[in-house]
Design a protein around this ligand. Structure first.
Ligand SMILES: Cc1cc2nc3c(=O)[nH]c(=O)nc-3n(C[C@H](O)[C@H](O)[C@H](O)COP(=O)(O)O)c2cc1C
Length: 429
């Protein structure tokens, strides 16, 4: 068996498509997220990972026009306001809102995540990112991002402090002894007096210890430094490496790094990012794929916008018919290296005319795609898939009412949740 996660966001995602519904404004309100959370829980997903960034993209052609005209990564809602609606509407699902360690003070994060974990009886967590865009830095008062590896060094310390703050309360500190007139046993709460290179905090936290002790962390670093951060600190690593060989290499590397950090086998799960193309017949799914290819070719700007977003480099200024330009960035380093490998020998036009496909291309009926996912997992030995899906009801329904039941009929995904806490369910297999 393997795990499923939904990767989506809380911004405008699908607003002008045939099945967008009221997507132009519905993303502002909780019901869309509540419906999605209930649907994926019913379908047996372990979690929803909510992507985020704290800026309006303006690298592409040096302007916000592209992002704002297309509803591309802007505007967005605050994930930590939306996540509680999803948690209180469900009973088993874990929710991981993206949280930037670079701009979110540890004390504030420890409190917010403890609260998420309490309101959900142990299903809280966060997807940790270090933020890669200079605009984010400028929105928080700095001139530019710190060096790529230094962001991860600070991230390691951030995690250590957040954990120390959660540990500043023992699990049994709350006694609520009416006879003695004692609410909290002060012997079980203590300062942390944390003095690090990047952070200081006195503590203790002014929230109770979270039910999970340590809410679940995920992360998607792809560089050597990023993988090491993930292998040391998080429960769930996600990646968009492509192809079976790269998937095997990624998983083996993360597993080895986790072992080197002294973590028990199986405690750091690896999930692969995919975007299945589903149809009622193989022909219909293939038609959809062809339409996506044609759309990417006709609207090359969308892919140039994506490339600019991830690399921090303006892809609008290169000659489309020249070979892919040499790239170097302080932003998302492994994504840029990955682009380099995938685009070898191509012109920018050729490369940008292809839609992104995820770890493996999955095209077919729900049953055919389920079979393919089973084969891929058997070969790679990974822990599951992160299904990347913009938030509109028909798109979610294809996954939850078509694909997930087909996976379950093959015995590949769970048919219930054995535990109350998110991490315990994640560690079940
Ligand atoms: C599946 C996936 C999801 C990601 N989601 C986010 C996100 O929501 N916000 C963000 O700032 N970065 C996101 N990233 C980028 C990663 O946090 C990281 O910067 C990137 O993978 C490059 O890692 P590296 O700097 O170690 O090379 C995501 C990456 C992947 C592969």
């Amino acid at each position: 068996m393997f795990h499923l996660g939904l990767f989506t966001g809380c911004g405008v995602q699908s607003w002008n498509g045939m099945w967008s519904g009221e997507g132009a404004t519905e993303w502002l309100h909780p019901q869309l997220y509540i419906d999605a959370a209930r649907a994926v829980e019913r379908a047996g997903f372990d979690c929803v990972i909510l992507e985020d960034a704290h800026f309006i993209p303006d690298v592409f052609r040096g302007s916000m026009d592209f992002a704002l005209h297309n509803g591309f990564h802007a505007p967005k809602q605050d994930l930590f306001v939306m996540a509680p609606f999803m948690l209180t509407a469900t009973e088993h699902l874990g929710i991981l809102p993206t949280l930037t360690t670079t701009f979110h003070p540890p004390y504030l994060a420890a409190r917010t995540l403890a609260t998420l974990d309490h309101i959900s009886h142990g299903r809280g967590g966060a997807n940790l990112v270090m933020s890669h865009n200079d605009r984010t830095a400028q929105n928080y008062g700095a001139d530019a991002q710190a060096d790529h590896d230094a962001r991860y060094d600070a991230g390691d310390e951030w995690v250590a402090l957040v954990e120390a703050l959660w540990n500043s309360w023992d699990a049994d500190a709350l006694v609520a002894d009416r006879d003695a007139g004692i609410y909290v046993d002060t012997a079980k709460v203590r300062p942390v007096d944390f003095e690090g290179r990047f952070y200081r905090s006195r503590g203790p936290l002014n929230s109770l210890r979270p039910p999970q002790g340590r809410p679940v962390f995920s992360q998607a670093g792809g560089s050597g430094r990023g993988r090491d951060f993930a292998a040391k600190n998080v429960d769930l690593v996600m990646t968009n490496v492509t192809g079976i060989d790269a998937m095997k290499e990624f998983r083996a590397d993360v597993v080895a790094r986790a072992a080197a950090h002294g973590r028990p086998a199986g405690s750091c799960k690896v999930m692969f990012n995919v975007s299945p193309v589903l149809g009622e017949t193989m022909r219909e799914a293939e038609d959809k794929r062809q339409r996506a290819l044609a759309a990417a070719e006709a609207n090359i700007e969308i892919n140039l916008g994506w490339l600019s977003y991830y690399s921090g480099i303006d892809f609008g200024r290169f000659d489309l018919d020249a070979p892919m330009p040499a790239l170097s960035t302080n932003a998302s380093r492994s994504t840029t290296a990955h682009l380099k490998t995938r685009s070898a020998g191509m012109t920018l036009r050729e490369f940008a005319s292809r839609p992104a496909s995820g770890a493996v291309e999955l095209v077919g009926t729900p049953d055919a795609v389920a079979a393919q996912m089973g084969e891929v997992m058997a070969e790679v030995g990974g822990d599951g898939f992160l299904l990347q899906q913009p938030l509109y009801r028909q798109g979610i329904s294809m996954l939850t009412d078509g694909l997930a039941p087909a996976l379950r009929r093959r015995g590949l995904i769970r048919d219930g949740f054995a535990h109350r806490h998110f991490r315990d369910n994640l560690l079940d297999f």
